[in-house]
Design a protein around this ligand. Structure first.
Ligand SMILES: Cc1ncc(COP(=O)(O)O)c(C=O)c1O
Ligand SMILES: [Zn+2]
Length: 467
């Protein structure tokens, strides 16, 4: 049962100043600023997270929108990037030659009639970030993080990952000529993601521990080794991810949707959306504040707990459990930035169970779209909020955009198990079933059909489907 949230005062969210008189890193708590080129992930004074801040840009919004649109037709590499096309809002570089690009972004906004019907809403679209070079939204941020690594003259970059960050970092490091070191939980990452970081040449360390342990260890050892951390604690990653919102608004002709629903793991993505919208709002480029609605998997929902269990100023770490391994995170580093985004946008945090994620994923698939399990939390959440009478419930007439964060091929094993009615709540890897646990229902299964290699058998199978 949903309980009423005790949110921090709206005043605190309103006090969030987007700009600074010079480019800097600024603590989100004590507001102290540091050099833009300092290798810092936390405020040295109070230990809190850092934002990249800039002087308020001086441009005419209409003229800059036209420029962003025109760049799509340009042959220049950075203009073809869905990140650097919007570079006026990410001016942390000194010279355009410093910018790394694959290119990335330019992902589609898709109508999804079956998914909308399933959730019980009228206007639902998916912004599918799985159409990126390495198949997930991470490329939007990694291009900025690797650019900053190059500006700083770093030789090696590193991350702890549930799989997508490592795939993205490995590829971008290779493109930029940097060494890549990735830490992943042994047996906790899909084969597709693991294979990417191997193929892109990263030193791939499988930790006998979970993601949270890997993240903590990396922060301990990185300074001595002189390696640059590219987890989403790195504020430059979030600068790149802001451009998801810029692309989206452009795709909506700058008419902001009512609500943006995004999966939450380490909570960097939702945080970056908040920062982008905050900046655009201040520049008079946002027609309304879309409610940022974060979804966590029920077994990995510490932010949801903080919002609904009466302790919004304290995150209580949980032992994360979910088949949506991308968001299997018990102590998300960016939770305070995510909370700021939710409060500023009058948004919400919710959670969904394994069964609901599995079914929602199949429905997204039936729209011909497909995604990885973490992304399907969005549809499950919209359905939940449209049905339940919470104080932030989804109105069926709202204009909703859900963010699909990863490509369906990122976790083919999950998809196959679902459609073969072989999906269990507990399994560690594709190959080793450690504990089968509770079987999930495959309510929308489309199982493969084995037929004899005869014309009669094939005809009968096809006829029965077309009947
Ligand atoms: C597919 C996918 N969705 C969602 C997330 C969560 O994003 P964030 O950690 O920025 O909250 C991740 C993070 O790894 C991911 O890989
Ligand atoms: Zn501080």
């Amino acid at each position: 049962m949903e309980t009423m949230a005790t949110q921090p005062s709206q005043d605190a969210a309103e006090a969030w100043q987007p700009w600074h008189d010079e480019r800097a890193l600024r603590c989100i708590n004590c507001q102290r600023t540091f050099s833009l080129r300092a290798i810092l992930y936390h405020c040295p004074d109070c230990g809190d997270l850092l934002d990249v801040v800039y002087p308020r840009p001086q441009f005419d919004p209409e003229a800059v929108r036209k420029r962003w649109w025109r760049r799509r037709a340009s042959k220049k590499h950075i203009d073809q990037s869905g990140v650097w096309r919007f570079r006026e809002l990410l001016p942390f570089y000194d010279d355009e030659h410093q910018l790394v690009t694959y290119p990335e972004g330019n992902t589609p906004l898709l109508d999804a009639a079956r998914s909308a019907r399933y959730a019980g809403v009228r206007h639902l679209r998916f912004k599918h970030l799985g159409f990126n070079p390495t198949g997930s939204f991470k490329d939007y941020g990694m291009v900025a993080g690797v650019t900053q690594a190059r500006i700083l003259g770093m030789r090696a970059v590193a991350c702890a990952s549930t799989g997508n960050t490592s795939a993205s970092m490995a590829a971008y490091a290779a493109r930029a000529g940097l060494s890549a070191i990735v830490l992943v939980p042994e047996g906790g990452v899909s084969f597709a993601k693991l294979s990417q970081s191997l193929d892109y040449g990263a030193l791939t360390l499988q930790i006998r521990g979970d993601f949270d342990a890997a993240q903590t260890l990396l922060q301990e050892i990185a300074p001595d080794l002189g390696i640059y951390i590219l987890n989403s604690i790195n504020p430059f990653r979030l600068e790149g991810q802001k451009s998801v919102m810029l692309e989206l608004l452009e795709q909506c002709d700058w008419k902001a949707p009512d609500r943006i629903v995004v999966p939450g793991g380490n909570l960097g993505n939702s945080s970056s959306y908040g920062k982008a919208l905050r900046e655009l709002d201040d520049l008079g480029m946002l027609s309304k504040r879309p409610r940022i609605t974060i979804v966590q998997a029920g077994g990995a929902a510490p932010l949801y707990d903080a919002f609904t269990q009466g302790h919004p100023d304290r995150l209580v770490r949980v032992h994360a459990r979910t088949l949506a391994t991308a968001i299997k995170i018990g102590a998300p580093v960016s939770w305070k930035k995510a909370r700021r985004a939710v409060n500023w946008s009058d948004g919400w945090v919710t959670s969904v169970g394994e069964q609901d994620i599995a079914d929602a994923k199949a429905i997204i698939g039936s729209d011909g779209i497909g995604c990885e399990p973490a992304s399907a939390t969005t549809l499950a959440a919209i359905r939940r909020l449209a049905r339940e009478g919470t104080d932030k419930r989804v109105d069926p007439d709202e204009d909703i955009v859900a963010i699909l964060t990863g490509n369906i091929l990122k976790d083919a094993d999950y998809t196959l198990r679902y459609h073969s009615r072989e999906l269990y709540e507990e399994f560690t890897t594709e190959s080793t079933v450690v504990n089968k646990g509770k079987k999930l229902e495959s309510n929308y299964a489309n199982p493969p059909v084995v037929v004899d290699a005869t014309a009669e058998a094939l005809t009968a199978a096809i006829r029965s489907r077309l009947a």
